[in-house]
Ligand binder design. Structure first.
Ligand SMILES: [Zn+2]
Length: 414
């Protein structure tokens, strides 16, 4: 590999692409609501393909609705790919997902203009769906199709908030759900995803960009604690089987455990349902959720085991019945160490200061990791905010992130 040269990214071009994309699904002020296979989504995918073509990339939409831009290499071999999702929350902001799709396009355009044809084939991608904002069980619909993670009956079984199937939504925009398997790829070597951080760590560190060491493992529990429903006045404290008392101890205990472990462990009790939920009644049962996450595969399991042992101990000591269901269980997804060091080295060549961090949110990269080496680049989020029209990243930070991406792709492909 030759030394990595300085790569110039035009801030005005970056800003223009972000703003014109935000018009498709514009939801008052800086909000964007662009759900998969909606009319706004169709416009956005057309715009993305057009901008790819203008940049000299070969654009195509695959059978599930992902848009690819391709810069053919002079040598054979698997592709090096960069991108993110084009759909949004309802409403989300102008950056979540789409910024990474545009970053891939902008990086490829800059590399082609400044260094000509690469040795290895480079591709950018706008994944059709990641947010589950129209179909609650669709998450990673685009990247799952690419990695062969879509089951044959998924299109008819994936139902939207409006009652429609994702199969019918696909047909409405001219896609045939039976052809989803054709979106599968087995010729991708590396996948690099640029994304906004969606948290406050970079801002607190006073840095514009991070290289992501891994995506957190996530487990969602739904837990039920059962006791005996009785009169709140007539039943002495020492004779009660009170699931609320057990819940309070468990909720504070699991949160404290993650707090004691320190970053990047996180545990959250986000939803609670009390039965019968009345002032003068010792509850019959308390049902609640626990969201626990850690990016290290070993520590992730240890965090879950610590929580489970604690919950059992509390229930036993308080003479309560406890049971739980695991609703979501995504394993931790470490980045490829070689790609991480390539990106950090690339950042140094562009004079962009970076730090390493783990991602506490899920991303398409964790799907792509099934078929390719993956790593991510995070760009600082103002006040750490995301999944709101208020999310914001400055053009300076975004350009710094795209410089790191482009320099990384240069190192991989030229
Ligand atoms: Zn996202």
């Amino acid at each position: 590999m030759t030394a990595t040269p300085r790569i110039t990214i035009d801030p005005a071009f970056v800003e223009r692409l972000i703003l014109e994309m935000a018009e498709h699904g514009s939801d008052g002020g800086t909000g964007v609501s662009r759900t998969v296979y909606s009319p706004e989504w169709v416009e956005a995918t057309r715009l993305y393909a057009r901008r790819c073509e203008e940049a000299g990339l070969k654009a195509r939409m695959d059978s599930v609705g992902n848009v690819w831009g391709k810069l053919e290499g002079s040598q054979p071999g698997k592709s090096i790919v960069s991108g993110s999702h084009i759909d949004s929350q309802t409403p989300g902001g102008r950056y979540d997902g789409i910024l990474g799709a545009l970053a891939g396009l902008i990086a490829l355009k800059a590399l082609k203009e400044q260094f000509g044809q690469p040795k290895r084939t480079l591709e950018c991608i706008a994944f059709c769906e990641e947010e589950s904002s129209r179909f609650p069980s669709a998450n990673f619909w685009g990247s799952r199709a690419i990695t062969g993670g879509t089951r044959v009956d998924d299109p008819e079984k994936t139902i939207g908030f409006g009652g429609e199937t994702i199969a019918s939504a696909m047909r409405e925009v001219g896609l045939d759900p039976a052809l989803i398997p054709e979106a599968r790829r087995a010729d991708i070597d590396s996948f690099v995803e640029l994304h906004i951080e969606q948290g406050p760590i970079l801002e607190h560190a006073n840095l514009p960009v991070a290289v992501v060491t891994g995506i957190t493992g996530i487990r969602h529990y739904e837990i039920e604690l059962r006791g005996t429903q009785n009169h709140a006045g007539a039943f002495p404290m020492d004779l009660r089987r009170d699931p609320m008392a057990g819940f309070a101890e468990i909720a504070s205990g699991v949160v404290n455990t993650a707090h004691r472990w320190g970053r990047p462990a996180v545990s959250t009790v986000g939803r609670v349902h009390v039965r019968p939920n009345a002032t003068a009644i010792i509850p019959d049962s308390v049902t609640f959720t626990l969201d626990a996450r850690h990016p290290d595969p070993v520590l992730c399991q240890k965090l879950y085991e610590t929580h489970e042992a604690f919950m059992r101990e509390v229930a036993k000591r308080r003479n309560l019945e406890i049971s739980w269901k695991i609703m979501i269980d995504h394993p931790a997804c470490p980045s490829d160490p070689g790609l991480v060091s390539t990106l950090r080295g690339a950042a140094d060549t562009q004079g962009v200061p970076t730090m390493l961090m783990a991602s506490g949110a899920g991303h398409d990269s964790q799907q792509m990791a099934k078929i390719a080496k993956v790593a991510m680049i995070f760009v600082r989020s103002k006040d750490g905010r995301s999944h709101t029209p208020d999310e914001f990243s400055s053009i300076e930070d975004i350009v710094a992130g795209i410089e790191v991406l482009a320099a990384g792709l240069y190192r991989l492909a030229y």
